[in-house]
Every structure is written in structure tokens, then in C-alpha cells.
Design a binder for this molecule. Sequence first.
Ligand code: AMP
Length: 178
Amino acid sequence: MSLDLGARLRDRVRDVPDYPKAGVVFKDITPLLADHVAFAGAVDAIVARRGRGTIDKVVGIEARGFIVAAAVAYHFGAGFVPMRKQGKLPSATFRAAYALEYGEAVLEVHQDAFEAGDRVLIVDDVLATGGTARAAASLVAEAGAVVAGVSVLLELSFLGGRGRLADIDVDVHSLITY
Ligand code: AMP
């Protein structure tokens, strides 16, 4: 990723203090998505890091993860798999409960979302405590596929998410680190 792109991405992430609750600084990526150079550059950088032909399916995590993951999947020539909040997917699911920086959640994926051995890239907007990515990785494994990596637009390194994923030995890539 070029220095210019890195600076542009950073410039297009807006801090919203005390959202969704007091004490949390929410990283709003809507300015980044609205800038076609930043959005395309971010998607290109995620794909370039892995290389085309290395990923069979891209997992997007509801809701902002969908936006980035769908574009990444298209660019890879890979399929897209949604991981959604409880009760949103219509067919039989696997589910994992996990803690968020600002609450608790349940993530679900369709039981038949992957072929056995699919190489899967998990994509989200933000890596914070790592609970979401960890739950997503466990669901990919439960569904019979292989986690090839986790890619996020930005990482809040002070929350230790990368360390939380250390024991599952997966490559974690972020475009911006705070
Ligand atoms: P975590 O499970 O703690 O790594 O949290 C990651 C998930 O929560 C991602 O899906 C993010 O969209 C969301 N998230 C957590 N913290 C923030 C934050 N400070 N700003 C924006 N999104 C966040």
C-alpha cells in the first residue's frame, strides 16, 4: 500500500466520540466508502496482500463488513458468505456467542455456506478486541472450511485483538493501525 493511500484512508475515517455508548470512540468509515479512490484502494490493497487465486470464499461480518467483503470477493473472483447477527439467516446455521467492545452478540453462518476445505478470508471494518474475528474463525472451522486470513480496514491495537487471535495461527492484516 502506498504512503499516499495510507494517509488518504486514515484521513477518511471519522472519530465519533461516545457512540454507541459513553467512552467508546466509534470509527466511522462512511467517509472512506464515499471516496472512490480510498474505497477502491482499500479493496485493492486487501486483495494484493493475499493474491488472486488464493481464496475461495470471502466472509463478510454484518453489517459494515458486508460492504467491504462483497467488493473484495468480486475482486478475488471468490464467493461471498455473510455472517449475520442472531436470527437473520433463513436456513440452518452454526452460531457462536462472543463479547464486543460495547456489548455482546451472537454470530451465525449457514451450515452449508462452504465446500469442505474452502480457503476463507474473513473481512470486517474494524478489529477491536478480536472477539468478532475469533467467533467468525470458529464458525468457518465448524463449517468445515479453512481460515486463510483476517483482513480489516483498521485495527485498534490498544484493545489487543491481534493477541486474542494468536493461538489460532491466522494471518491478520489491517490497512490502518491505531
Ligand atoms: P471486536 O469483536 O471487539 O474486535 O469488535 C469488532 C466489531 O465491532 C467489528 O464488527 C466492528 O464493526 C465493531 N466495532 C468495535 N469497536 C468499534 C469501534 N470503536 N468503531 C467502530 N466499530 C467498532
